[in-house]
Design a protein around this ligand. Structure first.
Ligand code: ZN
Length: 57
């Protein structure tokens, strides 16, 4: 596999990376590694925390 250039759907920068699934920030497109770590994964953690709290009452 080779890296391809794409435009990050979160920060709008053109990057040469594999790209990451931007859900739940965006439903389409790909995001760069930076946004994946700083935005997407944080949001996923936040959502799973919310779910955990919900399930625990
Ligand atoms: Zn980005």
């Amino acid at each position: 596999m080779s890296e391809t250039k794409f435009t990050c759907c979160i920060c709008g920068k053109e990057v040469a990376e594999y790209g990451n699934d931007p859900w739940p920030i965006k439903e389409d497109g790909r995001c760069c590694n930076y946004c994946n770590w700083t935005v997407v994964l944080k949001e996923r953690n936040r959502l799973s925390e919310l779910n955990r709290k919900k399930n625990n009452g």
